[in-house]
Design a binder for this molecule. Structure first.
Ligand code: ADP
Length: 678
């Protein structure tokens, strides 16, 4: 210090000043050095820190890249795989391979929602586990069950500390677990289970990324399930359609029930099946399949008991499912059949009525599902229709057979009746023949004696004797006519009518008949009109026979026309034309009257011998009297003669009416001889 004088020299002072300067420089240097070192240290630390940060960022980035890669692969694959089991195996493999976890598995809730089943697993022991068909009841306390029940994820850093961790055999090294819900449409269908053999492996970021994978998986599972349902449905409808075709291809009642069981086995597997039809108070097995000794079950009869399964089927008209028949009180077990525990009974409904049922059994309990019952019901609908068709066909066939038998029987009866009729007809013809011949002789005798009597009368004698004699002669003539008609008919019947054939002039025949009836016409105030007869060509015929034809027609016309009427005989030539049955020129003669007419119902019958319309008893007798009775032979003779000439005869009349008298028209067509009448 310069203020303390006398102790330090100037030189000291200067020296010290130099030292001091040097010291100050040294101190400054040291400080600078220290500062530099400190800065360098800080820098190094920051570099280390930055490096560490970079490493973490890199790791995150590469994990993120793996996760993204997995996610996109998953997205691609899950949409292309529609088979559920295949899809799940793929999914667990992909996640396991990408992240290298100890175990990856997919658990799904079963249909009844009462347990979760491991469908796919991978990792050292995963595949074995999946094959073991591991199930956990939803009542069990387990991480997976809690995820499935609550729909929220669980991340467990140390499973040994988790109270509900359930050790799964085959996964002894698990230390941490991440269980994520598989959700679709707000419903949890299962869980994606990821386990690690290191503690606290899963971070919240892992959880987030893997949950997004789980969501993708859930959608894919739903799609695969839909596809499976759709495929099953399509398969079922295809087999139903095929079955329907198969069943409708036969109508044989002996074949249909068997075919039903055969076709059904392709739709729902069963071990023993039978078709039973109800008959009053019992069921009869009409077909069976899978029974131990064939033949023993058919014709088997099962009595229907109060409250038994068949009654349940009838009452509900729905399938009845029994999971274990040994639990059912009063179950009717056929002695010689081994007990099959599962039973499914489906009604056969026809026209809204249960006609029987199909019974299916399987050995193990609870083998049939409600889906099976629905399938069999749909099938039973077709089966019932097929059975109904077959039984209808059977009935029709039986009915046909019966009908055929009846027709056969009736034909035989008819043949017999016909033979009897023929015999009767023959007897009748024989009788007419005999009667006619027998009557002819006494008639000739009477006629002879009448002639003798006539000659013995005094000429010019009038009075009672002569009129008595006239009466006898008239009667004899009438009887003679009848006997002749009877003989004609027998000849026609026996086809022994002998006919001459010569060109015949019809007008002459009509004129001679006209002459015969002149008196009768006068008496009855009837007129006979001839039209177009004179110019008719000749017909090749027997004149005496044609005389009979027109005689009967004209006498009928007179008989059935009330007094004051008219009878017209007209003729015309008919030329052969297309469609006509006459191939040569013909003449047509029509005998018309203004009489009572004939009911169309009798138009054919009146040509049969002895046929008369109206009551025989009320006919008045007499040859030309109005409605005078006759033996019913005239038209039969006329027809026989016309046919024998190759001609045709028929009648036209509106009907029978005695008040308005519509009249009748008898047509006779005869072939001409080809020569003119002049
Ligand atoms: P019958 O000897 O009774 O006259 P036919 O065979 O000649 O027998 O006639 C059969 C039946 O046909 C007659 O009983 C009559 O009822 C009916 N008949 C025939 N010709 C006529 C006619 N011109 N008008 C109405 N009825 C007729």
């Amino acid at each position: 210090n310069r203020s303390i004088s006398g102790r330090f020299s100037q030189a000291d002072v200067d020296l010290l000043a130099i030292f001091a300067n040097q010291a100050a420089t040294a101190i400054e240097n040291a400080r600078l050095y220290q500062e530099t070192i400190n800065w360098a240290r800080t820098l190094e630390q920051r570099v280390t820190e930055r490096t560490a940060e970079l490493q973490t960022a890199n790791q995150t980035l590469s994990r993120r890249a793996v996760q993204l890669e997995t996610s996109s692969q998953l997205g691609q694959q899950v949409t292309s795989i529609l088979d559920l089991e295949e899809l799940l195996v793929h999914v667990v493999h992909l996640i396991q391979e990408q992240f290298g976890y100890y175990f990856v598995g997919v658990w799904l809730l079963n249909q009844k929602q009462d347990s979760v089943i491991l469908h796919a697993g991978t990792g050292p022991a995963g595949e074995d586990l999946a094959e073991e068909d591991i199930q956990i009841s939803v009542e069990t306390s387990s991480i997976i069950v809690s995820v499935c029940k609550t729909g929220t994820s669980r991340r467990v850093d140390n499973v040994l500390e988790a109270p509900d961790y359930m050790v799964v055999e085959g996964l002894p090294d698990t230390l941490s677990e991440l269980a994520l819900p598989l959700r679709t449409g707000g419903v949890t269908i299962g869980a994606l289970d990821i386990q690690s053999d290191q503690a606290a492996v899963f971070g919240s970021e892992d959880q987030m990324v893997l949950q997004s994978l789980a969501d993708q998986i859930a959608i894919a599972i739903r799609n695969a399930q839909f596809y499976k349902v759709e495929r099953t449905r399509r398969w079922f409808f295809e087999s139903l359609e095929r079955t329907g075709r198969e069943l409708s291809s036969t109508l044989d009642m002996r074949e249909v029930p068997g075919r039903i069981l055969e076709q059904l086995s392709a739709v729902v597997p069963y071990e023993r099946g039978s078709v039973l039809l109800q008959h009053k108070d019992h069921l009869q097995i009409i077909a069976q399949r899978g029974f131990p000794q064939k033949g023993q079950a058919t014709d088997l009869i099962v009595p229907i008991r109060e409250g038994d399964v068949f009654q349940q089927v009838v009452e509900t008209c729905r399938p009845v499912l029994v999971d274990d028949v040994t639990d059912v009180a009063g179950w009717q077990q056929v002695e010689w059949l081994p007990v099959n525990k599962s039973w499914l009974g489906v009604p056969l409904v026809s026209r809204d009525q249960v006609i029987g049922m199909m019974s299916l059994t399987r050995q193990e309990a609870g083998a049939f599902s409600s889906d099976d019952a629905t399938l069999v019901s749909l099938f039973a609908g077709q089966a019932a229709v097929a059975l109904e068709n077959a039984s209808l066909y059977d009935e029709i066939s039986r009915f046909n057979e019966q009908l055929e038998q009846m027709v056969q029987q009736r034909t035989e009866e008819l043949e017999q009746a016909y033979q009897t009729l023929e015999k009767l007809d023959k007897t009748k013809s024989d009788f007419i023949n005999v009667a006619a011949h027998e009557l002819r002789t006494p008639l000739t005798v009477i006629r002879g004696y009448a002639q003798v009597l006539e000659t013995s009368l005094v000429p010019g004698e009038s009075g009672e004797n002569r009129s008595l004699l006239k009466g006898i002669q008239n009667g004899v003539d009438r009887l003679h006519d009848i006997v002749n008609s009877m003989l004609d008919v027998t000849k026609i019947d026996s086809q022994t009518l002998r006919m001459r054939s010569e060109p015949t002039k019809l007008v002459n025949i009509v004129d001679s008949i006209h002459a015969d009836f002149r008196l009768a016409l006068q008496e009855r105030q009837l007129i006979l009109i001839r039209q177009g007869l004179d110019d008719l060509p000749l017909v090749e015929a027997d004149p005496s026979m044609l005389f009979k034809v027109f005689y009967h027609l004209i006498v009928n016309a007179i008989k059935y026309t009330p007094d004051g009427g008219s009878v017209t005989v007209s003729g015309r030539v008919v030329e052969p034309c297309e469609g006509s049955e006459f191939l040569q020129d013909c003449v047509e003669v029509v005998v018309s009257d203004t009489g009572i007419g004939i009911d169309p119902a009798h138009h054919e019958l009146i040509f049969e011998k002895f046929y008369q319309t109206g009551e025989v008893a009320v006919h008045s007798s007499g040859r030309t009297k109005f409605k005078g009775g006759g033996p019913g032979l005239g038209l039969a003779i006329a027809r026989g003669i016309v046919f024998a000439h190759g001609g045709k005869i028929w009648v036209e009349s509106e009907g029978c009416d005695e008040e308005h008298c519509p009249g009748s028209h008898f047509h006779v067509v005869l072939p001409t001889s080809g020569t003119a009448s002049h």
